[in-house]
Design a protein around this ligand. Structure first.
Ligand code: SF4
Length: 200
């Protein structure tokens, strides 16, 4: 199974295939892998020890960052993710990022951003739309319309605990006008705004 895979200058970690969303643009719907990686579907979730061992196969000096991403929502395994981040922090000063849909508070039924403090250096939250109706149509979250506000709150909370917080929209699914509206919403959270290419 593919637990770690390099993408450009990052070492990406694939720790779960679970996700409470079903985005219309999800790369999982178009294939088994990204950037030429081996298939990212997991027969079972790797243990914390297996992930750490897989990380140890790599010379982290060759990378600029560790990214929790993969074929699923990394915060579905938030406690394990933080154990893995702690292990990596104990042996390296490499930057650690989470790519997330920002719905961890709904997954766990309470605020979660404070748990990232000191372990996670960067959080990238998928914004994807400027209003809850469009958001739900694109992201199709199992929690319904409350997901949009929860995602914004999580992002705002993260700016208190994480040095770098970014919100992204995918270039091919948003118009220029919508990108402008998304930027305004993003700025209210205190996060940075980024338009990202589809294959990221
Ligand atoms: S949140 Fe990410 S993993 Fe989940 S469906 Fe959307 S793009 Fe795919």
């Amino acid at each position: 199974m593919t637990i770690t895979y390099p993408v450009k200058k990052g070492l990406y970690l694939n720790i779960t295939n679970r996700c409470p969303c079903s985005c219309t643009f999800c790369l999982r719907q178009n294939g088994d892998s990204v950037y030429g990686s081996d298939p990212l579907w997991l027969d079972r979730e790797p243990t914390v020890e297996e992930v750490c061992r897989d990380v140890d196969r790599h010379d982290l000096n060759q990378y600029e960052e560790i990214v929790f991403c993969g074929y699923g929502e990394p915060t579905e395994r938030l406690d394990d993710l933080l154990k893995i981040a702690g292990y990596i922090k104990s042996k390296s000063s490499i930057k650690i990022r989470i790519n997330t849909n920002g719905l961890a508070d709904l997954i766990y039924g309470g605020s979660t951003a404070h748990k990232l403090e000191g372990l996670i250096d960067s959080v990238s939250v998928s914004l994807n739309a400027s209003n809850k109706e469009d958001y739900c149509r694109e992201v199709r979250p199992e929690f319904g319309e409350k997901s949009f506000e929860a995602m914004l709150k999580f992002t705002k909370d993260c700016t208190r605990y994480v040095p770098e917080v970014v919100m992204t929209v995918v270039d091919v699914v948003t118009s220029k006008e919508e990108q402008k509206r998304c930027r305004e919403i993003c700025e209210k959270t205190g996060a940075q705004f980024r338009i990202r290419p589809y294959e990221e």
